[in-house]
Design a protein around this ligand. Structure first.
Ligand SMILES: Cc1cc2nc3c(=O)[nH]c(=O)nc-3n(C[C@H](O)[C@H](O)[C@H](O)COP(=O)(O)O)c2cc1C
Length: 176
């Protein structure tokens, strides 16, 4: 059973991970709009602990691409946005709030990329301790920053169809 044919919800189902990019830039205005969407996400006590590093330098993108096998597409991305959280700013200085806020921001960013016709993919960093350390060093992040994810972005070089992953078995009414 699909849940909806509604246009707005259909837009959400149409967001897919795009890992192949064709040549072409993602201009500064487009990136600013992505960041505005990211910073519109819900945030515990509106602390907005998210911080973003926009990476365009090919050398840095290539280094990010070697972090782990699932990061390889970063080598051909036009731009990467590294989503970080500042633990000193997060509600109760709690890593869980930092991660929840940054995850919400990341999803908003991915939806905004989809809205702009860009290809994008979430590349995991946290909780890999070695990955967090390498990204902090590579990007000269302050000590209180935690890199949570990298979003790779580019003009789409592959298509992925909208799909539902609605699963009624994952839902109970009133109690489990
Ligand atoms: C926390 C997290 C980490 C992820 N890390 C990676 C990654 O490192 N590389 C990758 O290609 N995709 C990564 N993804 C994307 C998932 O593989 C993808 O969202 C999932 O397969 C569902 O496909 P869809 O995004 O097309 O709906 C990650 C997603 C999340 C939420």
């Amino acid at each position: 059973m699909t849940t909806t044919t509604d246009d707005n919800l259909g837009f959400i189902l149409g967001r897919r991970s795009i890992r192949v990019y064709s040549p072409g830039e993602v201009n500064a205005l487009a990136v600013t709009r992505l960041l505005e969407a990211a910073m519109a996400a819900p945030s515990a006590m509106t602390r907005d602990p998210w911080r973003f590093v926009v990476v365009r330098e090919r050398q840095t993108l290539s280094k990010l691409a070697t972090l782990h096998p699932g990061a390889a597409m970063l080598a051909s991305a036009a731009v990467a946005i590294v989503v970080c959280g500042d633990l000193d700013v997060a509600f109760e200085r709690h890593i869980s709030y930092l991660l929840q806020d940054c995850a919400a921001a990341t999803e908003n960013l991915l939806l905004a990329a989809h809205a702009q016709g860009l290809g994008a993919c979430w590349v995991g960093i946290h909780p890999g301790e070695a990955l967090v350390k390498r990204v902090k060093e590579l990007l000269s992040l302050p000590a209180s920053f935690v890199p949570v994810a990298v979003v790779s972005l580019g003009q789409p070089g592959e298509q992925a169809p909208p799909r539902t992953r609605y699963n009624a078995a994952h839902v109970r009414a009133e109690r489990w």
